[in-house]
Design a protein around this ligand. Structure first.
Ligand code: MIC
Ligand code: SF4
Length: 641
């Protein structure tokens, strides 16, 4: 039996475990990326490890999330990031150079390499044939120090793409279709591998759109083969030496196979408030749209902006609609300027945004009260746009333009336009002058620490027994945006005491206060707890408030790893009916925790308030159990040193 592509790449990087048996494997990490909102903490943690210089082949620090600079905080973070990068050998991509995933694809991605990124959309690199995985900042810090990355042994899902797009149907529609099939639930530990004859027509940026939103499936990552399309893209980036041919063996085995016929696809949309609440654009026909935003790491490549400009040329945005267009990188922006696309956008009445995360992370362009916003990005969680009752829909750039022109949901195929064609340029506008290469010896560089730069908080070793209150009981699909909101609070990412004040603020405004008064406690949740962002602050800040355990029906991969890294027990109800019984405000007691962590991992919990006991599974590997006993990964590393 031949090997699939996932096994080929992981096999070449395997340092522990077996691809065909066991629960966990460990791999060598070739590259890392960070962005500013998670990066400050990642580098602060790296600094505590006392390693003089990074040990990866390449690490890049991007500034793309907090570029608004309303006050000194973001600028202080940027200066810290630039100096700490120079000190430890990390490349630094300045604010304005673009969104980490798009820039990395263009300038640094290498087929067949492994990468960890402190951002959940790191799998965008799968578009160029990398195994690129989103993790918490501390896991990136460990990888920068040369440490292996431990992950669940993957189950590999093949998605076979056949046929060819109809006009005005594009890559976003493929991943929205897949989200309707796989949903955002139950995919923990899977890796999606794309194959099939349709790949011949799919360029690297289109593949990247699909791989990017694999994050919304909750899979570990997604990967495409490296073929002629990959070579053409790398040639146009003047990086063809990075190319290698990579594909699965023809007789490779998979755990699951899904077929998607591109010819049968129609324009799709993810409706409020989940990326897997999928419908067709046609089914919403005529409903009013107030705002349209095109950009983000999902759909902001040159291919996308050319498609947008083709549709906007000589037309004007509907008078009631705000249209925002933000290119994904400075390269895309320069191409758009040189080719006259910018002029088309401006004449059509669009607001051209900075090449950064912007609207996608709720940093500007919040919609009006109760308004409908159609966006080309990847997440439409309630409130993420900055407006609590806004109705955010996710769609392709083509659908976005159709809605912007008409002011209502419109299937782009019905506008009577002729679709343009996009030819991959033979040479992109290349200018890396906003990437600062680190000096060969950074040891003399002084790291700038403004007043917003805090310290990674200390955690205690795990007690063997404790009794604590259930501070909060929540339902299904609680995202990390619910736990740790971004938007206006983003600037406190490097200031934990301050940021901790807003834990769960949109769910229960008194949470932080109550947690402090009770001396910490439990959080009880339903299914898919912690989906979405990789932000480890959704573990750090609760840990800072004394949260000792999250008890849920299921916890998503990146968040679970972050909980362990910061000494919070991830507990899974063995009988989901117990979730219904327990109440917020109950006191739980647990005993012999250390014994349970070493042996069996089934913990008996006593609900002291209601007087019954029930069982939960401590959902960790033996390796993670030791980290938990030590009170988190930083303590664990310090102990080993
Ligand atoms: C996001 O899209 O939610 C973010 C902001 O990029 C996060 C990272 C963060 O919270 O800093 C992510 O996807 O991991
Ligand atoms: Fe930035 Fe949005 Fe992409 Fe996150 S999903 S990296 S906020 S553009």
């Amino acid at each position: 039996m031949g090997s699939n592509l996932v096994h080929k790449i992981l096999g070449a990087h395997l340092v522990e475990g077996d691809l065909h048996s066991g629960d966990e494997i460990a791999i060598r990490v070739d590259q890392t990326l960070t962005q500013d909102a998670t990066g400050t903490m990642a580098y602060l943690q790296f600094e505590t490890m006392g390693i003089p210089r990074i040990r990866t082949e390449l690490s890049v620090s991007y500034v793309d999330h907090n570029t608004l600079q309303m006050g000194f905080e973001n600028a202080d973070d940027h200066r810290y990031l630039q100096t700490v990068a120079a000190r430890y050998g990390v490349h630094f991509s300045k604010a304005g150079n673009g969104i980490c995933h798009q820039v990395h694809l263009e300038r640094f991605g290498v087929p067949g390499k492994t990468m960890l990124g402190s951002d959940s959309h790191t799998p965008t690199g799968g578009g160029i044939g990398m195994i690129a995985i989103g993790v918490g900042g501390l896991d990136v810090a460990v990888a920068m120090g040369g440490g292996a990355f431990y992950m669940p042994r993957p189950r590999v899902v093949k998605v076979n793409l056949t046929g060819q797009f109809q006009p005005f149907v594009s890559a976003k529609d493929v991943i929205l279709k897949l989200l309707s099939i796989m949903t955002t639930k139950g995919n923990v530990g899977k890796i999606v591998e794309y194959a099939g004859p349709a790949l011949k027509h799919l360029s690297v940026p289109e593949r990247a759109t699909i791989a990017n939103m694999g994050a919304e499936l909750g899979v570990t990552t997604s990967v495409f083969p490296s073929d002629e399309q990959t070579l053409a893209f790398l040639k146009a980036q003047k990086r063809e030496e990075a190319w290698v041919a990579l594909a699965a063996d023809p007789d490779a085995a998979y755990d699951q196979v899904i077929e998607i016929d591109l010819s049968a696809l129609e324009p799709m949309v993810a409706m409020p408030h989940s990326p897997d609440n999928i419908g067709t654009v046609a089914s919403l026909k005529g409903q009013k749209v107030h705002q349209v935003c095109i950009g983000s790491c999902t759909n902001s490549s040159l291919r996308d902006l050319v498609a947008v400009a083709d549709m906007l040329k000589g037309r004007h945005v509907h008078p009631d609609v705000e249209l925002v267009i933000a290119p994904g990188s400075r390269q895309v922006e320069m191409e758009a300027a040189q080719r006259g696309l910018m002029g088309t956008f401006l004449m059509a009445g669009a607001r051209v945004g900075e090449s950064a995360c912007g609207f996608c992370i709720g940093s500007g362009h919040a919609p009006g009260t109760g308004e409908v916003s159609v966006r080309s990005n990847n997440r439409n969680f309630k409130g993420r746009s900055g407006t609590a009752d806004a109705q955010v829909y996710l769609a392709s750039p083509e659908t976005c333009v159709a809605c912007a022109l008409t002011g209502e949901f419109t299937d782009p195929r019905t506008l009577g336009l002729t679709a343009g064609t996009f030819e991959m340029p033979t040479a992109f506008a290349i200018d890396d002058s906003m990437v600062i290469v680190p000096p060969a010896d950074g040891s003399k560089v002084e790291v700038a620490r403004g007043p917003n730069i805090g310290e990674p908080p200390k955690t205690e070793t795990m007690p063997d027994q404790f009794a604590k209150t259930v501070l909060l009981k929540v339902g299904d699909k609680i995202t990390t945006d619910h736990i740790m909101p971004a938007g206006q609070y983003l600037k406190y990412r490097s200031n934990i005491p301050k940021y901790a004040e807003v834990v769960f603020i949109g769910v229960d405004a008194n949470f932080a206060q109550r947690a402090k008064e009770c001396g910490g406690g439990f959080v009880v949740a339903g299914d898919s707890y912690g989906q979405g962002s990789s932000r480890e602050h959704a573990a750090i800040c609760p840990s800072f408030l004394g949260v000792k355990a999250v008890m849920a029906k299921a916890i998503e991969r990146i968040h679970k790893a972050n909980l362990v890294n910061f000494g919070i027990l991830p507990l899974i109800f063995m009988d989901p009916a117990d979730y219904d019984k327990v109440q917020q405000g109950d006191t739980f007691s647990v005993a012999n925790l250390h014994g349970t962590l070493s042996d069996g991992k089934v913990l008996e919990v006593k609900d002291e308030t209601q007087g019954f006991t029930f069982k939960v599974k401590v959902d960790v590997t033996d390796r993670q159990a030791i980290i938990l006993k030590d009170g988190g990964l930083l303590n664990h590393i310090a102990k080993q040193v």
